[in-house]
Design a protein around this ligand. Structure first.
Ligand code: MLT
Length: 403
């Protein structure tokens, strides 16, 4: 008998950003001339760095000749990119990660979702609330959670509340957990942990024999010295953490697609090597990121590429500062926006529900943001603004909203 994976039916009809888009499209059908300013999904607006574009053009030329044509590439990625990562993202920062521990992919979203394949269905998960919805939904689909409860949470998950009281940074689980998702700098709140704070998580994971799934998609935005850019800066992390990295926000690859995941060889569960398991998983289900994308990604490690990437990130960070300062000036409660492109803001008293504030901003100010509750129960009454627009639009949005 044909039977579907019924876990799909547990999920809401649409993914958060699809719902935002659906509401925006409905509004545009009513008001086709509205000039919307988009500060919702974290999608880049600056063109790709020049060195990336040139490298991709050269890669296209390679594909145009039989002698240099690349067909299927290595599933784990080309050596030229894995070696550049080993050298620039790790060794240059005093971290010993070898290229065999680096797996190139089409981005952190798929990897953070696919990693669930490595674990049995009875592992105890710890997930922050609010959280990037992919971590929760991918586990729901895998059947690793129970039912959706009345409070909007899933049974079978240990939620780590992040709220005004703890400054929207997670505190250690109060019970034993096996797998912990951490996203730092955080999506959606833009908050970070210091090196000392993150060390406590690594120590906890080692003591509890837990694994940390560390999403570092926003590491390029870190500017403060005491905020780590990689979990492997911390002692013991290679024995307990998998790190996900993305070129989407770093170098504008949201449409190009390329990222990578580090699974250290030291990472064992019993006698099983997670590095070997992930390699097996990827060689079975993935044929690698495109040669052209990987050539583009490698270009960001050149001197010129690094400079261009830095300029782009500085531009977005400047926008984040504009948003932060404008809200703070008129007395809003604000988090993030310092080492992050996201600014997390308490909604005004007149709009205690995030979706109501979304509708108000859309209809009255023609500004799109993301309702905090879409990231979890603790996000109710908060709102996320993305700094990935132009500075002109960012300023105009602040004027419209705070007038
Ligand atoms: C976001 O806006 O949270 C991100 O752009 C979504 C993503 O990275 O998939």
């Amino acid at each position: 008998m044909k039977e579907i994976n019924t876990h799909f039916q547990k999920l809401q009809d649409s993914y958060l950003f699809a719902e935002v888009n659906h509401r925006v499209q409905a509004y545009l059908r009513e008001q086709p001339d509205a000039r919307l300013i988009r500060m919702g999904i974290g999608d880049v607006t600056l063109p790709l760095p020049k060195s990336v574009i040139e490298a991709m053009h050269r890669a296209v030329d390679d594909e145009a000749k039989a002698q240099t044509l690349r067909g299927y590439g290595p599933e784990q990625g080309y050596d030229f990119l894995r070696e550049a990562i080993e050298e620039h993202d790790y060794r240059a920062r005093g971290i010993d990660i070898s290229k065999d521990e680096v797996f190139i992919s089409d981005g952190a979203k798929s990897d953070t979702a696919n990693i669930v394949d490595l674990f049995s269905n009875d592992v105890r998960l710890a997930i922050t609330d609010p959280v990037y919805p992919v971590y929760v939904d991918s586990n729901v689909l895998a059947g690793r959670t129970g039912e959706l409860m009345d409070d909007g949470r899933w049974s079978g998950i240990s939620y780590l509340d992040c709220n005004r009281e703890n400054g929207f940074v997670p505190t250690l689980p109060s019970e034993h957990v096996d797998v912990i998702y951490l996203c730092l700098p955080n999506n959606p709140t833009g908050t970070t942990l210091t090196r000392d704070q993150l060390q406590q998580w690594v120590d906890y994971a080692q003591a509890e024999d837990a694994i940390i799934l560390y999403d570092g998609a926003y590491e390029a935005f870190v500017r403060e010295e005491d905020v780590p850019r990689s979990i492997y800066e911390l002692k013991g992390a290679k024995q307990c953490a998998i790190e996900f990295r993305s070129y989407s926000k770093t170098a504008g690859f949201t449409g190009v697609r390329c990222g990578y995941t580090v699974v250290p060889k030291d990472l064992q569960v019993g006698s099983a090597s997670l590095n070997a398991m992930w390699r097996r998983r990827q060689t079975t289900k993935f044929n690698g990121a495109s040669y052209i994308s990987q050539r583009g990604a490698a270009a960001i490690y050149t001197e010129e590429g690094k400079k261009e990437v830095r300029q782009n990130i500085d531009y977005y960070l400047h926008n984040a500062g504009v948003i932060r300062d404008a809200f703070l000036k008129v007395g809003y409660e604000v988090f993030g926006g310092i080492n992050s492109p996201y600014v997390w803001v308490k909604t005004p008293d007149a709009y205690p529900q995030s979706w109501d504030f979304f509708e108000y901003l859309l209809r009255e100010k023609q500004v799109i943001g993301t309702p905090g509750v879409g990231f979890g129960q603790q996000g109710e009454g908060y709102f996320r603004f993305s700094a990935f627009g132009s500075t002109e639009d960012t300023r105009e949005a602040m004027e419209r909203m705070l007038k």
